[in-house]
Design a protein around this ligand. Sequence first.
Ligand code: SF4
Length: 116
Amino acid sequence: MEIKRLVCVECPVGCEIEVAIENGAIQSIKGNSCPRGYKYAQEEVIAPKRIVTTTVRAENGKLVPVKTSGGVLKDEIFAVMEKINAVRVKTPVLVGQTLVKEIAEGVDLVATATIG
Ligand code: SF4
């Protein structure tokens, strides 16, 4: 039995969660104070995801800070970064503006700053 220890990042409380894994299957999840922590621990063990934060180039040469609207599977981050690196946007760009729909499954690429 393998025990994986995680700190839940779903809220500022930061519960310490222990996941017991046997033969690749989750046996138990302990330490979470709410269902969000349970789901976080499940995903982190089975299919970990990360928000991707980077910049894209505008056609006028300016850099536009961006992030994905949700987590991207860790195994897919390299492919998503290649797509992001090929993106060119027209300014002005508004904070929160969707720049690419579905850059990954169920995830858009959005601007995190207004760039004129
Ligand atoms: S388990 Fe719930 S209360 Fe604990 S850090 Fe995660 S979201 Fe917050």
